[in-house]
Each structure stands twice: as structure tokens, then as C-alpha cells.
Design a protein around this ligand. Structure first.
Ligand SMILES: Nc1ncnc2c1ncn2[C@@H]1O[C@H](COP(=O)(O)OP(=O)(O)O)[C@@H](O)[C@H]1O
Ligand SMILES: [Mg+2]
Length: 338
């Protein structure tokens, strides 16, 4: 089956700051596919390049950043070859966006009704009243209490959680095939995080909408996504069904992330942290990006970029998993069910 979204060997770079400064590679050969209705998580520490990836998909890269190589296919179109106008139509109509800060999507000067109606009518030729009816229906779907009176309010009159619900309603209002949610709950408290996560998950599942969910929190996505990709310093290091990834992590970095989950520390003991720091994507040496922090590093890891290993469906880029590697002692079971 043709995937809904297919990214093949995507390289994104920043222009050097001065005329003689070299171009800096930020995303290093990212490949991923999302099937219709599938829920996929991208997990990575701050600075791993997650937002850069989502911005590259919808062609909203900042000034100075550009796609150096690769192909982004969505519903039979190559997104990175479309005109800005064609892309604007896809963004919104076929791909909905939810950001960490709801005000990225909301205009503080418009009422909820005005912005929802405007958004719907910018993509569909329908009357104001019909658009308002759709807006009201979507507000009900995201469980906004008293939606009729909410329509008349301005964003600042809503709580942070309700503002995020409105942006989810907005993302859904045009019947998209894919919603990209970039850390949509990171600014919310823990209870609200779980509610919004549940809501996104439920709405995508019941409407057959695919979800690309970006987070720094592997624990948050465990029950809510079908597949997860682990990102490190601008590379994908592991990709597999979320359950398999958590119960049987293959990459030493993923194993470290799992060990660091609060569920895995004894009460009263300090949380485990992977020693060291993630390098900037452009500052990685010639070999594996994780090698400087990895407990299993060999000479080969420092010299040579590892290729994805493993059966189709669950792959990790680590030399120690290669069939020609001597021994596979580190493949022990460090995961555990959540
Ligand atoms: N204008 C810029 N010029 C050069 N590097 C940048 C610029 N903006 C962001 N970066 C770098 O791009 C990398 C990826 O950032 P980002 O995609 O925002 O990461 P994430 O969303 O995973 O936290 C970071 O290392 C960041 O420092
Ligand atoms: Mg980000």
C-alpha cells in the first residue's frame, strides 16, 4: 500500500553565517513513512531536529534553512517540488498543524468564531453560517464546554488547555489526512497533557486521520502511538512499533531513554540520566553520533556511520547489531513494559 507520507533520504541544512562559512547539515538522511490512519511518534531531546523536520515537511523552514537533498511525498504529490501556493492549500486542508504554543495558530485579535470560520472558508466555498456550524461541531468534538458562548470569546479569555483544544478543532476543521502535532502538550500541566494526548489520539483514530506526534517524552507516547522513531542529533537511530521499541529497545541510546523513564527508578532513588550531552547535529564526528556517550563504543563506531539493522519494521542504526559484529552482548533486555 502506498504510504500517506513518505520521506526519503532528507537532508536539511543551514546556510553558513558569513560568505565563507560552510553550509551546516542539520538533518542527516531522514527516511520515514506514515500509512493512512497510522499514529507515529518522533522522540528526541531538545535540539535533535524534530521541529526542523516538521517544518521541512510543510515547507515552512526558517530563512537560511533549506532542503539539500531528498524527497517528501504526500498523497501522490512531491511536496518539496510544489509552488508555495499549492503547498498553502495542502497545509490546512490535507495536513493540519498543532504547535506547542497555541498562539502560533491563533490570532489574538479575532474571536474563536472569526478564526475558525475564516480558516474553514479560506479552503472551502461555503457560507459564513455553514462554516460557523462546522466550527461549532468541531468545538464539541474537542470537548470545549459551552461552545456557543466560547465562539464569542478571544483566545486570551480561554485557559491554555482550552486554547490548545481550539487549535486541534481548527486542525480538524478541514478534514485533513494527517495532523502534525509538535510538542502540543509540553506547555501544559501533567493532567492536561494526558487529556490532550487522549483527545488527539481518539479524534485521529475515530476519523481515520494519521498523526505525526513530536515529543521529547517517550513515556508520554507509549499508549498513544503505533510506531515510534528515535531521533538523535539530526539522525533517526531507531524505528519500530512503539511497544516493541519500549520492550525490546535495540539502540543503546533508546535503551538509555527507557532506563531514564520515571517508571524504571525505585522510589526514593535518583532518576537515571544518560551521561554527557547530545552534540549539535552539525558537530557530530565521522562515525556514530551517539558514540561519545555510548557504553559499548568501539573504534569502528568512531569511524564509520552505522546503517539500519534489524528485521523490517524494527530497525536500529548501531554497529553492534550488524551480523558481522563480534558478539552481541549489549542486546540485553533493558526495556520493560510500561
Ligand atoms: N537559525 C539557525 N541557524 C543555525 N542552527 C539553528 C537555527 N535554528 C535552530 N538551529 C539548530 O537546529 C537544531 C535543531 O533544532 P530543532 O529542530 O528546533 O530541534 P527540536 O525541535 O528537536 O528541539 C538545533 O541544534 C538548533 O540549535
Ligand atoms: Mg522543537
Amino acid at each position: 500500500m502506498m504510504p500517506l507520507l513518505h520521506i526519503d533520504d532528507l537532508w536539511v541544512a543551514y546556510n553558513g553565517r558569513g560568505p565563507n562559512q560552510p553550509v551546516q547539515n542539520m538533518l542527516h538522511g531522514i527516511s520515514l513513512s506514515i500509512q493512512r490512519g497510522e499514529r507515529v511518534a518522533i522522540i528526541g531531546e531538545s535540539g535533535a531536529g524534530k521541529s526542523l523536520l516538521t517544518m521541512a515537511i510543510i515547507n515552512l523552514l526558517q530563512e537560511g534553512a533549506f532542503i539539500r537533498q531528498g524527497k517528501i511525498e504526500f498523497e501522490d504529490q512531491v511536496l518539496n517540488q510544489l509552488t508555495p501556493e499549492a503547498l498553502r492549500l495542502i497545509r490546512g486542508r490535507r495536513i493540519g498543524m498543532v504547535f506547542q504554543d497555541p498562539m502560533t495558530n491563533l490570532n489574538p485579535l479575532l474571536t474563536i468564531e472569526q478564526q475558525l470560520v475564516q480558516c474553514i472558508r479560506s479552503h472551502r466555498r461555503i457560507s459564513y453560517q455553514d462554516a460557523r456550524t462546522i466550527a461549532l461541531h468541531k468545538l464539541r468534538l474537542v470537548h470545549i464546554p459551552a461552545p456557543e458562548s466560547r465562539l464569542l470569546q478571544y483566545p486570551h479569555q480561554l485557559s491554555a488547555g482550552q486554547r490548545q483544544r481550539v487549535t486541534i478543532a481548527m486542525a480538524l476543521s478541514l478534514e485533513p489526512a494527517l495532523i502534525i502535532a509538535d510538542e502540543p502538550t509540553s506547555a501544559l500541566d501533567v493532567t492536561m497533557q494526558a487529556e490532550i494526548m487522549h483527545l488527539l489520539n481518539h479524534l485521529c483514530q475515530s476519523n481515520g486521520v494519521a498523526l505525526l506526534f513530536v515529543s521529547h517524552d517517550l513515556g508520554l507516547v507509549a499508549q498513544h502511538t503505533d510506531r515510534s522513531l528515535i531521533m538523535y542529533a539530526g539522525r533517526i537511530v531507531e524505528d519500530g512499533p512503539t511497544a516493541s521499541l519500549i520492550n525490546d529497545a535495540q539502540h543503546p541510546y533508546t535503551q538509555g531513554l527507557i532506563k531514564a523513564l520515571p517508571q524504571h527508578s525505585r522510589p526514593g532513588s535518583r532518576l537515571y540520566q544518560i551521561p554527557g550531552q547530545m552534540p549539535l547535529p552539525q558537530q557530530v564526528g565521522p562515525g556514530c553520533a551517539f558514540a561519545p556517550r555510548c557504553p559499548y563504543t568501539t573504534e569502528r563506531c568512531l569511524q564509520q556511520i552505522p546503517a539500519p539493522q534489524g528485521p523490517g519494521g524494527h530497525q536500529a542504526s548501531c554497529h553492534l547489531l550488524a551480523s558481522d559484529a563480534a558478539g552481541d552482548s549489549h542486546m540485553g533486555h533493558t526495556g520493560g513494559s510500561l
